[in-house]
Design a protein around this ligand. Structure first.
Ligand SMILES: [Fe+2]
Length: 202
């Protein structure tokens, strides 16, 4: 499947998000407005180059698309091969998840006072164009999987930090935490800055 590389869309989203963060809103307003911006981005599937939508047979991929210069936020494409899933994990910062292609199922968890994990409601299916939020305030522990066993799915995530470097945790079945720093799958970023390709000299 060919996807036109309309990278201006990604650049516009990053600029709008930086302006939003400049407003220093409280988290509920930030998530609300950020979800609208991300919803606009993932409504169109014409801007993510194939390089950052490529699945691995080994495990799900996290391609960093952009990190804010002050590491206030990062934008990541999450690429699920057929049937792939995360461990149960947290984020420690706010996050917005927008579905670009395919679908994913997210199961929330909460911990009781003894540290044991419990299911938080039923799993939520995210479809293209839809956005959901996580944060330590509204629920930060979940497990996510590709809803499909026969195709790739791609979601676009925004986090309130440089998520690949955040010290966070994965959770074992007994609720115990294992320290986790996810890193990123790619060595190079998309070039969103070559404006000459969009406005060529006549
Ligand atoms: Fe997550």
């Amino acid at each position: 499947m060919a996807h036109t590389n309309n990278v201006a869309r990604l650049r516009g989203f990053i600029g709008a998000l930086a302006e939003l963060l400049d407003q220093q809103l409280e988290e509920p307003a930030l998530l609300d407005r950020g979800a609208q911006l991300l919803g606009e981005l993932v409504k169109h599937d014409d801007w993510l180059s194939d390089e950052f939508a490529h699945p691995s047979p080994e495990r799900y991929q996290q391609y960093v698309l952009h990190v804010d210069s002050a590491q206030r936020f990062s934008v990541v494409s999450f690429v699920w091969g057929p049937g792939q899933e995360t461990p149960v994990h947290d984020h420690r910062v706010w996050g917005l998840i927008g579905m670009l292609r395919g679908a994913e199922d997210a199961q929330g968890f909460r911990r009781d006072q003894s540290g044991a994990l419990h299911l938080e409601g039923p799993a939520q299916r995210l479809l293209p164009g839809q956005v959901e939020a996580v944060s330590p305030r509204i629920g930060d522990i979940h497990q996510v999987r590709n809803a499909f066993s026969d195709r790739t799915s791609v979601s676009i995530h925004v986090y309130g930090g440089n998520i690949g470097a955040v010290q966070r945790a994965v959770y074992l079945a007994d609720g115990s935490e294992k320290p986790f720093i996810s890193g990123y799958s790619n060595a190079h970023l998309p070039n969103i800055w070559d404006l000459s390709k969009e406005n060529p000299t006549p």
